[in-house]
Design a protein around this ligand. Structure first.
Ligand code: OMP
Length: 279
């Protein structure tokens, strides 16, 4: 698999043509049941295929959550591989949400899986955790630079528990999250309009003007829908950085299945609300 441009450039084009919305593919057992499916491999396959067919030709980004595929073992991973390929073929960028993060030598193996062009789960971008130290992500950064993939680094997560780690103060008085954002700004310094190294910043967090969110990279903003945030919150949370925000919704859209029309209409409503809020 090859890609022509860096992730940031491809994402900006997709945001301009399709709007910035990301829809997560999170096959919860409760959603499978609500769709009239069994919580088994056949249910997973049907759920995933329907979601990709409904949305991959219209939203900028699809974000499969690896955990919900891993729970079915190797056949669940095979379903994920197929979904990644089909979604990309239909024109969506795929951000794989696996939140990988480990010591550098292990990170290199994750990079081989997700971020090298010949990897079995090569995707447009991967979510990664910097909490073994930002520098430990170096093999992923290097692989992404070579293949044209991107990363979304957890900075300020949407869940309330994230605070104790991410807002902790370092020896120099700056917060851990601010340091992660500064690392990203450095990585994107030479990029054109939008760099390939983004941050995850929850849409649930209220005013974040005390953080420098302008890292010249995309800001993945989960938390809209089931976690209580709305598109109207985006300008308040992100301020001037809002034009680089990729708002992400999983259950808020997926609960409108199993029909493709319900999924499409729901995604279109969120997209309209985002347009209204962000301009
Ligand atoms: O990296 C993520 O996408 C992520 C980061 C974060 O801070 N909070 C967060 O909810 N997520 C993911 O985004 C999705 C949110 O799903 P919903 O709450 O159903 O929209 C889940 O797959 C989470 O794992």
């Amino acid at each position: 698999m090859t890609v022509s441009d860096p992730f940031g450039a491809r994402l900006r084009r997709a945001m301009d043509t399709r709007g910035p919305l990301c829809v997560g593919i999170d096959p919860h057992a409760s959603l499978l049941h609500a769709w009239g499916l069994e919580d088994d491999l056949a249910g997973l396959e049907r759920f995933t295929r329907t979601t990709v067919e409904a949305l991959a030709d219209r939203v900028a980004v699809l974000k499969p959550q690896s955990a919900f595929f891993e729970r079915f073992g190797s056949r669940g991973i095979a379903t994920l591989e197929k979904a990644v390929a089909e979604a990309r073929a239909a024109g969506a960028l795929v951000v794989l949400d696996a939140k990988r993060g480990d010591i550098g030598s292990t990170m290199d193996a994750y990079a081989a899986t997700y971020l090298r062009a010949d990897g079995p789960l090569f995707c447009d971008a991967l979510t990664v955790s910097p909490y073994l130290g930002f520098g430990a992500l170096a093999p992923a950064v290097e692989a992404a630079k070579v293949s044209g993939a991107g990363l979304f680094v957890l900075a300020l997560t949407s869940n309330p528990e994230g605070r104790e780690v991410q807002r902790a103060l370092r020896e120099d008085g700056t917060s851990v999250a601010a340091a992660m954002l500064a690392h990203l700004a450095e990585l994107n310094a030479d990029a054109g309009e939008l760099g390939s190294f983004g941050a995850v910043v929850g849409a649930t967090l209220g005013d974040l003007s005390s953080f420098r969110l302008s890292v010249n990279g995309p800001l993945l903003a989960p938390g809209i829908g089931a976690q209580g945030a709305t598109p109207a919150d985006l300008p308040v949370v992100f301020g001037e950085a809002v034009r680089n925000v990729v708002p992400s919704v999983s259950r808020g859209v997926l609960r409108h299945g199993p029909g493709t029309t319900g999924l499409r209409d729901s995604a279109a409503r969120f997209a309209d609300e985002v347009r209204l809020a962000v301009g």
